[in-house]
Design a protein around this ligand. Structure first.
Ligand code: EPZ
Length: 422
């Protein structure tokens, strides 16, 4: 397995281009199943998760062609010959569950493996199933698979989510576009990836209102046609790279960055003493002089502080002046980066969903281990400013969600390289 070697201490300056959003692309790709006409995505990110979703769609009979070095995905689902999403693929990537709603809406039947848990939590899919049942789906769990049927086709219905779920909102939103009648989703997720999916579905002929708010209304239509859609900028890659100059000092412009995608995150950067300004190409981030100030963080559904930036924010706060409290309210086990940061000299105490970080002057490089996608990049960020060398192992987690992270960071002056595993 490869690892990444980071030597801390360099200030950063220059520009980093931000790619299309992994979490938008992973829901846009299954949307191809809703039509037998071609759906083409531009500004797609080059990530291993995208390759996994490609593999899954191809296993169902869809054609997925990667063009322009992976930035364009030309898809066509005119011939879906298989309606079973195998455990082998689903266990590698939980977002595979997002083929369930589209397959059910398209052909009235689907068999999808239950995804199982993952490092950051149990991550059940009960809300996906309840939402589809509200549209008339008949679901049975057997041998680890969801057997779904909608013999007379899906019917519009009222979906009341007891808690906000991005994936469940996406599954129901896609299924409802072809259901007979009107669907209302209450307590819907409001993430930019939901709005991006709705934009794409509208290009395909869907009738959707209210996306981006907690109530989404969908008028079902007979069929959807093909479209071409640009994947929205990745707000998590954006926030992650904004933290690089914040931690190391210097000034970096994030090309394609948009304030509206990271507003809550920027409020915390401002409180910590980081300068963020909009430019005509994106967002410029600089560290004001003096130490970072401690800030408290609570992770919440959008538009609150994103859970996917919690680990990276903790890396910044390890060397802030004062004590910060981070409360993780979305997932039950998302502090696995804390013991690794402690190996680097951070002072962190974790009690349940709360982590208390007491700032130290500087971290010291050390061998550390990536445990999940966002934890892996928080260790790299910590290594950028730490004294000496940090070696991050198990970087396959990183490849799932960050495009060319070594190339992008070294292009702005970071001393970072990938070491091939034996
Ligand atoms: C999406 O996961 C993202 N993944 C996650 O990003 C992100 O952290 C999460 O949304 C929250 O923003 C993709 O979009 C592919 P949820 P998702 O359903 O949809 C519970 C990353 O690092 N829940 O909004 O799975 C769940 O356990 C990944 O890129 C149920 O109880 O998240 C969690 O506590 C990590 N039942 C909470 O809801 C359900 O049926 C929010 O989960 C579904 C979810």
């Amino acid at each position: 397995m490869d690892s990444i070697l980071v030597t801390g201490g360099n200030e950063l300056s220059g520009q980093i281009p931000i790619a299309g959003a992994k979490n938008a692309c992973l829901t846009l790709m299954p949307a191809t199943l809703l039509s037998d006409e071609p759906l083409t995505l531009t500004n797609a990110p080059r990530l291993s998760d995208i390759k996994t979703m490609t593999e899954l769609l191809q296993s169902l009979g869809a054609e997925v062609t990667s063009l322009q070095d992976g930035k364009v995905l030309a898809m066509s689902s005119h011939n879906i010959s298989n309606h079973t999403a195998d455990y082998d693929i689903v266990r590698k990537m939980r977002a595979s569950i997002l083929v369930l709603g589209p397959m059910l809406a398209r052909d009235g039947h689907a068999v999808v493996s239950l995804p199982g848990g993952c490092a950051i939590g149990a991550r059940p899919v009960d809300l996906h199933l309840k939402g589809l049942e509200a549209l008339g789906a008949e679901l049975e769990l057997k041998d680890g698979y969801i057997h779904a049927k909608a013999p007379g086709g899906l019917k519009g219905g009222i979906v009341n989510f007891p808690l906000v779920s991005v994936g469940a909102t996406e599954n129901v939103l896609m299924a409802a576009t072809l259901a007979k009648g009107t669907t209302v989703i209450n307590n819907a997720a409001r993430e930019p990836e939901i709005v991006d999916l709705a934009d794409c579905l509208r290009r395909m002929g869907a009738q959707i209102d209210g996306d981006g708010t907690s109530t989404i209304t969908i008028q079902g239509v007979e069929r959807l046609h093909g479209a071409t859609h640009p994947v929205v900028t990745d707000r998590i890659e954006l926030g992650t790279n904004m933290l690089a100059p914040a931690i190391c000092g210097g000034e970096v412009e994030l090309l394609g960055g948009r304030i509206d995608l990271v507003a809550a995150f920027c409020e915390k950067l401002d409180a910590a003493g980081i300068l963020v300004e909009e430019t005509d190409k994106g967002l410029k981030v600089a560290r004001r002089n003096g130490r970072i100030r401690a800030v408290d963080v609570i992770t919440e559904p959008f538009p609150g502080f994103p859970t996917d930036l919690q680990a990276q924010m903790m890396a910044l706060l390890c060397t802030a002046e004062g004590t910060s409290v981070l409360e993780e309210r979305i997932f039950e086990n998302r502090f696995m980066h804390a013991p690794e940061l402690i190996r680097m000299g951070a002072q962190i105490e974790v009690h349940g969903g709360m982590a208390t970080v007491t700032g130290v002057d500087r971290l010291k490089g050390a061998p550390v281990m990536a445990t999940d996608l966002r934890a892996s990049v928080s260790l790299i960020l910590a290594g950028l400013a730490a004294e000496g060398e940090t070696v991050v192992s198990r970087v396959y987690h990183l490849d799932r969600g960050y495009e060319h992270v070594v190339g992008k960071l070294s292009s702005v002056g970071a001393k970072i390289e990938r070491i091939k595993g034996q």
